[in-house]
Design a binder for this molecule. Structure first.
Ligand code: NAD
Length: 530
């Protein structure tokens, strides 16, 4: 079936297609409990109203349509940005702790729908239930974090060199934060941005990935309820589902003070240049090509489960997925053998992401399956050996076997590229310096991990001659970051930081204020106008 229907066709087909929609199957009753319907408006600007194309959202486990969504177009975007700015005008003057209280209520509202929303994320994105619920929990956690933060958005006070003067920093909101998100974290990425943007006094306008609109609509409905209950203009959290044209309108719009973009390095590079061209603020969270280094002194009982978790989790569709395993020559054979056994154990647990027995779900769509096949063909053509997997499963949906490839050079083009699928390239090294150089030679710089029991190696790894990534782990995998730390990466990962630590500063602008409370006017550089 054509994924995108024009309006007229859609109207005539809607009645016929309604019976095929998963939303009408009692197995998926949670969809209606989340307020979703057969036909959903994909635009919210205080009101739900969309005038773009009608599309369907599909379940990657069987490629069946879940429900219809009417996307937004550029005109809808125009209304949304106007309303989001109006929302900002009042919100920026609400005291930060009061803003924090409302964000706390958003967290509580999400808690009431944690399981349902988690199931929707699983159904629409394809990640397993535990990961779907975990993703919603991250939004809940960042709401708690942001609530505390709302009482400590501190500025510094410096000693002034002039008598009777105070020199201090005041942090103010930016205005509108535009959030463009990727398909693989359809809930949490918005949550990280939304909670911090709100407590820091901004409004939000969200353009989710075109293939996960239902999660965005369900989340926005919950947020809307909280804002309305608190007499806050709900356009504060506006939504425009749509394609790249809506993204482009947002990126080029001077009224969007910060563009927080999560997606591929390829699109991020275009977006980055466009936002810079208008001197807007940017927060880029782009691709990763993450490695685990297994040193000769590593605890292999930790290495094997950590690698499996990070290489096959979310079917290899996390930005922090382990894609390269760099193993010391002395333990290489042993680790590869143990990994192959571990992978084989999971083969019977590949399946529907909503089944509790499933550990590995499907890829998101057929394009992703195509990229998986192409990368495996390229790896073989470059001399790689498939130690495990390498096949598309003959069943409905987008299922592939997680794959281990050995025998490639560390700088083979396929190894240097991020293929968003569960393919692990295994490489060999003899000195730690060599392994660190391999870790750092890719264009991306998101996450990295070293397994070692030697304290000297740990501090080398963390230091200037160690990993060049934003996330530098020891004895844990590359994925599974906590919200308390700043999340993001260097080089072609974009340099942005989200979530914890002082990431909140990216949603605010700094005013350096000098206040003269004396009766004198001492001018800088000793200049006197007599
Ligand atoms: P993508 O780049 O294809 O799309 C991301 C978003 O950009 C979507 O909403 C899309 O509609 C929008 N978009 C597309 N063209 C646009 C344009 N010209 N202007 C403005 N917006 C446009 O990425 P994807 O396939 O959805 O997600 C996978 C990628 O995201 C991977 O590379 C992954 O590593 C990365 N990712 C990174 C992080 C991180 O935190 N670093 C987190 C999740 C995903």
């Amino acid at each position: 079936m054509n994924r995108f229907l024009n309006k007229g066709m859609a109207a005539s087909l809607q009645f016929r297609m309604a019976s095929n929609l998963l939303i009408n199957d009692s197995k998926y009753a949670f969809l209606k409990e989340l307020g979703l319907k057969e036909n959903n408006a994909g635009v919210f600007h205080g009101k739900w109203a969309a005038s773009g194309q009608v599309v369907q959202s599909f379940a990657p486990a069987n490629n069946s349509p879940i429900a219809n969504v009417q996307n937004g177009n550029v005109q809808d975007y125009e209304i949304a940005i106007t309303e989001a700015r109006k929302g900002y005008n009042d919100w920026c003057e609400v005291p930060a702790p009061r803003r924090g209280e409302i964000v706390r209520q958003i967290g509580d509202k999400l808690r009431t729908q944690l399981q349902n929303l988690g199931k929707l994320v699983s159904l629409e994105m394809g990640k397993i239930s535990a990961e779907g619920v975990g993703e919603v929990q991250e939004y809940v956690d960042i709401c708690d974090y942001a609530t505390g933060l709302s009482r400590s958005l501190e500025g510094k006070i410096f000693p002034s060199e002039r008598p009777g003067h105070a020199l201090l920093e005041q942090w103010n909101p930016l205005g509108v934060v535009g959030v463009i998100s990727a398909f693989n974290f359809p809930c949490a990425v918005y949550g990280w941005n939304n909670a911090l943007a709100l407590v820091t006094g901004n409004s939000c306008i969200w353009k989710p990935a075109p293939s996960t609109p239902l999660t965005a609509i369900a989340v926005t409905k919950l947020v809307e309820e909280v804002l309305v209950a608190n007499n806050v203009n709900p356009a504060l959290c506006s939504l425009v589902c749509g394609e790249g044209d809506v993204g482009q309108a947002l990126v080029k719009d001077k009224r969007v003070n910060l563009v927080s973009f999560t997606g591929s390095s390829e699109i991020g590079k275009i977006v980055g240049q466009q936002v810079q061209a208008r001197f807007g603020k940017l927060l880029l969270e782009l691709g990763g090509n993450n490695a685990i280094i297994v040193n000769e002194d590593a605890d292999l009982n930790m290495v094997v489960p950590a690698t499996v978790f990070a290489a096959v989790g979310t079917a290899g569709q996390r930005c922090t997925t382990t894609r390269r395993l760099i193993i010391h020559e002395k333990v290489y054979d042993q680790v590869v053998e143990r990994l192959k056994k571990a992978y084989a154990q999971f083969e019977s647990r590949i399946g529907c992401p909503l089944d509790s027995n499933t550990i590995i779900g499907p890829l998101h769509n057929q394009q992703a399956v195509g990229k998986y096949k192409a990368s495996i063909a390229e790896a073989i053509a470059s001399g790689g050996k498939i130690e495990y997997g390498g096949k598309v499963l003959e069943r409905d949906g987008n299922f592939v076997l997680p794959t281990i490839v050995t025998g490639l050079k560390h700088d083979d083009p396929v190894v240097l590229r991020e293929t968003f699928a569960p393919i692990l390239y295994v490489l060999k090294f003899s000195t730690l310096d060599e392994a660190i150089a391999i870790n750092n030679e890719v264009d991306q710089g998101l996450s990295s991990s070293l397994f070692t029991t030697n304290i000297q190696n740990v501090f080398k790894w963390m230091g200037p001659k160690g990993s060049d990534c934003g996330i530098v782990n020891v004895n844990i995998p590359t994925s599974g970051a906590e919200i308390g730390g700043a999340f993001g990466g260097e080089k072609e990962t974009g340099g942005g930081r989200e979530s914890g630590s002082d990431s909140w500063r990216q949603y605010m602008r700094r005013s350096t204020c000098t206040i003269n409370y004396s009766k004198e006017l001492p001018l800088a550089q000793g200049i006197k106008f007599e």
